[in-house]
Design a protein around this ligand. Structure first.
Ligand code: NAP
Length: 294
């Protein structure tokens, strides 16, 4: 059996198109243009690529995009002052601080300064707490993308056995909460988990968010399971060429799984699309409008 390949690129493009339709409707009916502000501190090349991509896709969806680039040596007070200004700016509905921040800045303090209503990365403790409490919240984009991809395979995740490998605040933990909200039965695995292969083999849904290339082997996968690979590692081959590799040994898993995301072209594409969804939702909520149909 060869698994169905879950086409994240296509699904993300469809999602962006639906966001663009909703943005056009909001502009027409309410005179409202959702706006996303991205704050980049320093000149990390990977972060620059992500920010450029977010800027392009935000504009393509018809939203306003504001980019704020600060030097790596900026004082924390200056970053907090910028966030305060963005919190008060009525044309900004979403604020994203590109991570990682330089070590001189305290990430938790910076994230906590964002108005929770504009926290489109879903990392503010208020949103994390609300999500954990099963309340409406802005949720982190990558886990949201994972849920959307899973629901393209299974209309309902209710009662399914899921394993989430990795428990970061950015991916693993919020993904566990979102899966609980979907009524899945969830195992949260991490670096101290024992017998990971055996835990995995019981799961109908496998989410790998570790950052260790090809750690999840084909014989860990239950036949027919759905495998969502969040991991992205750039490896350089003996020929000097680089390639992106996921946390799942794709060539092995594809023969066992029922459905699987590729790397690249899987989860990665969904993250920015979900950022646009969150910005749209935040704009509607801030203006007291109904939740958009996306
Ligand atoms: P992270 O903060 O480094 O967290 C990694 C998690 O993996 C930790 O919870 C850690 O456990 C766990 N872990 C480490 N070694 C393990 C092992 N041997 N067995 C089981 N669990 C283990 O990473 P992250 O930010 O969540 O990102 C994870 C991966 O996803 C990375 O490759 C990253 O590039 C990728 N990513 C992709 C997207 C996207 O858009 N596609 C977005 C975000 C991240 P402990 O908690 O015990 O240390």
């Amino acid at each position: 059996m060869t698994a169905r390949i879950i086409d994240g690129k296509l699904i993300a493009a469809e999602l962006r198109a639906r966001v663009a339709e909703e943005v056009a409707r909001l502009q027409c009916e309410n005179g409202l243009t959702p706006g996303l502000a991205v704050v980049l501190v320093g000149s990390d090349p990977a972060s620059q690529v992500y920010v450029r991509n977010k800027h392009k896709q935000t504009q393509a969806a018809g939203m306003a995009s504001f980019e704020h680039v600060l030097p790596a040596y900026v004082a924390q007070a200056e970053v907090l002052a910028l966030i305060e200004k963005l919190n008060r700016d009525a044309s900004v509905h979403g604020i994203l601080v590109q991570l990682p921040l330089p070590k001189t800045l305290h990430t938790e303090t910076v994230i906590s300064a964002i108005d929770p209503a504009k926290d489109v990365d879903g990392l503010h403790p208020n949103n994390a707490g609300r999500l954990a409490g099963g309340l409406a919240a802005l949720s982190p984009c990558t886990p949201l993308g994972c849920i959307i991809l899973s629901k393209r395979v299974h209309a309902s995740l209710e009662g399914m056995n899921a394993i989430v490998i990795g428990r970061s605040n950015l991916v693993g933990r919020p993904l566990v909460q979102l899966l609980l909200n979907e009524n899945a039965t969830v195992t949260s695995a991490h670096s101290r988990s024992r017998d990971l292969g055996e835990l995995c083999a019981r799961a109908d849904l496998v989410y790998a968010a570790v950052g260790k290339p090809e750690m999840v082997r084909g014989d860990w996968i239950k036949p027919g399971a759905t495998v969502i690979d969040v991991g992205i590692t750039r490896l350089t081959g003996p020929d000097g060429k680089t390639r992106l590799v996921g946390d799942v040994a794709f060539a092995e898993a594809v023969d066992v799984a029922g459905a699987i995301t590729p790397v690249p072209g899987g989860v990665g594409q969904m993250t920015v699309a979900c950022l646009l969804v969150n910005t749209l939702r935040a704009a509607c909520a801030i203006h007291g409008l109904p939740k958009p149909a996306v």
